[in-house]
Write a protein that binds this ligand. Sequence first.
Ligand SMILES: C[S@@+](CC[C@H](N)C(=O)[O-])C[C@H]1O[C@@H](n2cnc3c(N)ncnc32)[C@H](O)[C@@H]1O
Length: 227
Amino acid sequence: MKPTLVSLSRNELDLAHLAVPLQLEELLAGDGPWEVEIGFGKGRFLLRRASAETGGRFLGIEVARKYYRLAQKRMRKQGLGNVILIAGEALYLLSVALPAAFASVVHVYFPDPWPKSRHQKRRLFDPESVDLVIGLLRPGGRLYFATDHLEYGDLVAEILGSHPAITVSTRQGLWEDGPRTNYEAKYEREKRPIVRLEATRSGEAGDDLIHPLTRRSLLAAARLPGS
Ligand SMILES: C[S@@+](CC[C@H](N)C(=O)[O-])C[C@H]1O[C@@H](n2cnc3c(N)ncnc32)[C@H](O)[C@@H]1O
């Protein structure tokens, strides 16, 4: 795997030199709530949110270096000091680099649907990887999701709906703030149907963060004391 870079508003740091899980509070001081966007593309939504909510803190993850660089340039140009951009693979970063339960809001818009069955392990939302995404949310935190891949959207609704820590609803129509991302704006112009989901992690700190399908597939063997 190529080294992953963390970009702050002025400096760029090599993640290899930082402790993991990342000490986000040290990277971006303040007490504002954290919002995360996974797969931010050219950064339209994340940077707009960050400039509208100057008291909030924003973290974006994007695997495509050219989009990361573009968003980084825009972030600098706009003088935004409340954003961290990370170039890297989301599932890896969620597993290794990010702390648990720090985000008030997580946004995922038009993630790659990986329709071929041999590629589906790469999906951000399957019964295993969903736990990594949900694990970012603090109790009571919100997840916003959209896709134009209707079959994937229905599956994500089902996966979230059967998660013990989550309540989910399908949104009818556009967000109140209009199309959020470039893909959403394009698909809205083309009048493509879109599945939009809004989910909330339960408000209890000790809630069950393992999807039941994953739990059923876990096996463990151990010699019990005295046997
Ligand atoms: C279809 S585009 C959507 C971009 C943006 N969210 C939008 O709605 O305009 C999917 C984005 O997710 C990024 N992406 C795909 N897989 C990813 C992964 N595993 N980790 C991080 N980013 C990923 C892609 O590079 C791309 O920018």
